[in-house]
Design a protein around this ligand. Structure first.
Ligand code: RB5
Length: 153
């Protein structure tokens, strides 16, 4: 799978670990925030870049890392078509795909450690959307989004 990665300064180390980990499993990993050590970057920059890449189909899914995973996922979720889930344990990561068809996983580098983050991405990337009644609900998310788009009247 082609996966887009993004982070702010707080998420830099964990993002690198997760990129290496997922690349070792055969995924193609594209870095949308190649920060240098000590460089600062505001989380909305990466949240928007990866959100737009996912929405445009440039990458299939995304991984975002900031201090908590919150700010970066909030930003990504402003991009129409993005369903970013911030998760701190594997069960929610799996369910975010099975029931919510999440296309971005966000984690907090100040919240969880590297090994737990690896378990979380393992669940996220091995899960599949179940469709059926869950499709109806995802369609309702989309309808909510459409209701607030500039094209609504
Ligand atoms: C940066 O200090 C921190 O605010 C950011 O990484 C993130 O946790 C915001 O949601």
């Amino acid at each position: 799978m082609i996966i887009g990665f993004g982070c702010d300064h707080a998420g830099l180390e964990l993002k690198k670990e997760l990129m290496e980990y997922l690349a070792s499993k055969g995924h193609e990993c594209i870095d949308y925030s190649p920060l240098k050590e000590g460089e600062k970057s505001d989380y909305p920059i990466a949240g928007r870049a990866v959100g737009e890449a996912v929405a445009a189909g440039e990458v299939e899914k995304g991984v975002l890392v900031c201090g908590t995973g919150i700010g970066i996922s909030l930003t990504a979720n402003k991009v129409p078509g993005v369903r970013a889930a911030v998760c701190s344990e594997p069960f929610s990561a799996r369910m975010s795909v099975c029931h919510n068809d999440a296309n971005i996983i966000a984690v907090g580098a100040r919240v969880i450690g590297v090994e737990l983050a690896k378990m979380i991405v393992d669940e996220f990337f091995s899960a599949g959307f179940e469709g059926g009644r869950h499709q109806t609900r995802v369609d309702m998310i989309k309808a909510t989004e459409d209701n607030y788009s500039k094209y609504s009247f």
